[in-house]
Design a protein around this ligand. Structure first.
Ligand code: UDP
Length: 134
């Protein structure tokens, strides 16, 4: 296992629902370290680039609307196997499949507004950290 950095974002639904504290607490309790954290409202162009792999999906426009609908909290999280560990903490993309005890399993009700983003591999983590933190 190696020390990794991953990119995490608390999405606008969770910020609106005042879940920032609970999500940050879960990340810290897991032993991972929050290295950078900032609240910001995303530009649509940034969201379109971030989700470019989904551009042909019928939900793409709605996803971009949702992700720009209010502030997000973006983070760089580091630790042993941080990428995979955060994906485990987050739970499945669709909250219906996300296990109880995971962030999505406990806080998300809708696949379109599923509370949190986390990089899916180390390569994308590096790209996303650059994209969102420069
Ligand atoms: N998404 C959606 N509808 C779907 C599937 C995905 O709105 O049917 C959104 C959801 O917010 C998800 C994001 O698109 O988190 C990116 O999807 P991806 O498959 O990359 O999953 P993730 O890596 O976020 O678990």
């Amino acid at each position: 296992m190696a020390i990794e950095k991953t990119f995490i974002m608390i999405k606008p639904d969770a910020v609106r629902d005042r879940k920032i504290g609970e999500i940050v607490a879960r990340i810290e309790r897991s032993g991972l370290v929050i290295e950078r954290m900032e609240m910001t409202t995303l530009e649509r162009a940034t969201v379109e680039e971030h989700y470019a792999h989904l551009a042909d999906k019928p939900f793409f426009g709605g996803l971009c609307d949702f992700m720009t609908s209010g502030p997000v909290v973006k983070m760089v999280v580091s630790g042993l196997s941080a990428v995979a560990k955060m994906r485990t903490l987050m739970g499945a993309t669709n909250p219906l499949d996300a296990a109880p005890g995971t962030i999505r399993g406990d806080f998300a009700v809708d696949v379109n507004a599923n509370v949190i983003h986390g990089s899916d591999c180390l390569e994308n983590a590096e790209i996303e950290i650059k994209r969102f933190f420069g």
